[in-house]
Design a protein around this ligand. Structure first.
Ligand code: ZN
Length: 194
């Protein structure tokens, strides 16, 4: 429910600050302990159609791996490149401490475990693969989250690596992202730089 301006609940210290990240550009770092389940921030930006999002970014280099687009549904994309807030600096991780939740067509970032001060916030971008991806798409969208279970790419689903899967002897497990209605980031459809 929208609240009247100036009628906000007492303001608490912010959950995170943006500073340089070793993972990618700038990142969001916890300023205090954030408990599991906390709704940390809403992902803000201009709400546009998928077609308009494509039009805006069509001239970008297809090797530019920055993503500002969030899929709300089949009609709407949030473009954090226009009127976005600090939520756009939260980086991808293959084993994240946050997830995205869509509620009443808005996207929120919530903690899926308790996060300690100083930890970088992240969630799985789940960037969709596309049939016209260049062969090195996984390199362009390389992940540097540094987690032992890093899949090496921000793209989803992971490329099958039979040898590795065999060695690990693991069956694919369902992740939280499969069970809950999480939001996916979206890549811009670029025509330049190909
Ligand atoms: Zn990773």
């Amino acid at each position: 429910m929208p609240r009247a301006p100036g009628k906000r609940t007492p303001r608490r210290a912010p959950y995170f600050a943006v500073r340089r990240s070793r993972v990618h550009g700038r990142g969001a770092f916890a300023l205090r302990r954030i408990r599991k389940g906390t709704r940390i921030v809403e992902y803000l930006g201009e709400r546009v159609s998928h077609r308009e999002a494509d039009r805006r970014y069509q001239d970008r280099d297809s090797r530019d791996n920055h993503t500002f687009l969030f899929i709300v549904d089949a009609r709407t994309v949030i473009d954090a490149g226009a009127g976005g807030n600090d939520a756009r600096f939260i980086n991808h991780s293959c084993k994240p401490n946050c997830e995205t939740v869509i509620e009443t067509k808005r996207v929120y970032i919530e903690a899926i475990r308790t996060i300690e001060p100083g930890e970088e916030l992240n969630y799985d971008y789940q960037l969709a693969r596309s049939p016209d991806d260049p062969p090195d798409a996984d390199q362009i969208y390389a992940c540097r989250c540094g987690h032992p279970e890093c899949r090496g790419s921000m793209l989803w689903p992971p490329k099958k690596k039979p040898a590795q899967a065999k060695r690990a002897g693991k069956r694919p497990t369902k992740t939280r992202a499969d069970k809950r209605r999480t939001a996916r980031k979206r890549r811009a459809k670029t025509t330049a730089g190909r």
